[in-house]
Design a protein around this ligand. Sequence first.
Ligand code: FEO
Ligand code: CA
Ligand code: CA
Ligand code: CA
Length: 598
Amino acid sequence: AAGSGRAARGLRFNPVVPNTADTVTVPDGYQQNVVIRWGEPILRGAPAFDPDHQTAATQAGQFGYNCDFLSLLPLPGERGKQLLVANHEYTDEVLMFAGYDEANPTREQVEIAWAAHGLSAVVVEEDRRTGKLTAVPRHHLNRRVTATTEFRVTGPAAGSDLLKTSADPTGTKVLGTLNNCSGGTTPWGTTLHGEENFNQYFGNATRATDKRYGIGTGGTERKWELFDKRFDVAQEPNEVHRFGYVVEFDPYDPSSTPRKHTALGRFKHEAATVRLTADGRPVVYSGDDERFDYFYKFVSSKRMKHGTSRAVREHNLSLLDEGTLYVAKLTGDSPAIEIDGTGKLPSDGEFDGSGEWIPLATATAKGAVSHVDGMTAEEVFVFTRLAGDKVGATKMDRPEDIEPSPLTGKVYVALTNNKDRGATGKAGPDEANPRNSNKHGHVLELTERWNRPESTRFAWSLFLVAGDPNDPATYFAGFPKDKVSPISCPDNVAFDPYGNLWISTDGAQLGVHDGLFGVATRGSRRGELKQFLTMPAGAETCGPIIQERRVLVAVQHPGEIDGASVENPASTWPDGPGKLVRPAVVAVWRADGCAIGS
Ligand code: FEO
Ligand code: CA
Ligand code: CA
Ligand code: CA
């Protein structure tokens, strides 16, 4: 078995056995605690969670539902405390409300759901003797952002006719953020949050542009359009153009208005991850999580400033408003006949090739310029998927999270799965997406030319082709497959302090629950992948943060299994029978206080 002694530094733990237990399983010698659950009060005046007397007002002061991306920011001057920022991607009404009637939700239920979406900022305090983290309610930095919080639209599409509505003729003020999936932490101390499957909140759409974004022609499942006409595209056609952006949040200023950055384009942003060029300009990677969609990069033309003054912070909050948005095009270097995804490697030994970042539009202080024939710059930023279509970007197997290695600069792109690859009428396999009906997904490694983040050319190869290692159509960077854990459906990616890549999964197709895995990216153990924890029933692993002495994960949508409800739960995590299943954040540490995986 993969032993604890000889693995790469940071990965020296006994891997957990894949399982279907309704709990978070961690390696021998590790301990865990629930940091914060859905419904726990964080704002002054918010009451304790009481599912029988929940209101929109109480929820607006409590931790939201379905935590996803997590960021932990330092709090200088507050010993043992850090600031946790969490996304609340969406709501599972049947698991939140006893007797929920899907055909007839009440206004109160709908408004609770609005208040359970968005973001939370909550200060957390560490136990001095263990790795345990607990929330600090009523801290002055604690904040909730919901589906009704005011946002400012910035960048090249702000004020565009495409964004004007009856409630906001300026096209610059939006209420709320929806479906915040993963995100990123900026070097200037803010957080970025991807608005992902925003399509599901809007109904009665008929335009071709709406269709390309998956916005339905009928009513929605949640029926919000019956309670606020802005969710009814037939009545308020431009409201839907105001979602699908990267949101920036300043967690150190609780009075700040969060922003939607149009320069990063509008699509189903899984996440947004930042690195800096040598001269201090941010570069942001973002995947569009849809079968056969693209991944993108934004290169700012403005340099980050250092410092904490208001003027510096205001400058840095404008960094993502000017620059160029690119989409990725990948070309394989092996003959098409070799790309069968059965486990036989191409004759050059690798699924690999070259790539190009194709510019779509450039935003400047004076205005924006389109690089796409037949589309204005505003159209490129609002209908970004159509721009990618026009320039022939590479159709990927659901690009999810993207993370550059802080040690090597190589960039890792999680491609979660694509059951439709090779289906009738759909794109077949290519060297970057080599498997038909790709059930388990893969992870691509991208190297920018000269290792410069702003390069417009890159090289790429497949780092992992996921699945049961006994399946010949899997690949673990060439590492012996009898020494790795099975993995399926990579979603979020993060780095530990040693340059190991950590991968969380969503929807694993191996008959066991989702989990969190660490894999070496360098040296003789490159490709050695080990499972660190497993999830409760129905849950997806999200938001991993790998610190030296602590791992943090969001347990998202536990109990979300077809037919489950409050009355008929599929999970009773974390509080046991008789209690509602509750999405929550979990901290894991080593009982002996040593570093994770040391
Ligand atoms: Fe919200 Fe692509 O996962
Ligand atoms: Ca995700
Ligand atoms: Ca090749
Ligand atoms: Ca996912």
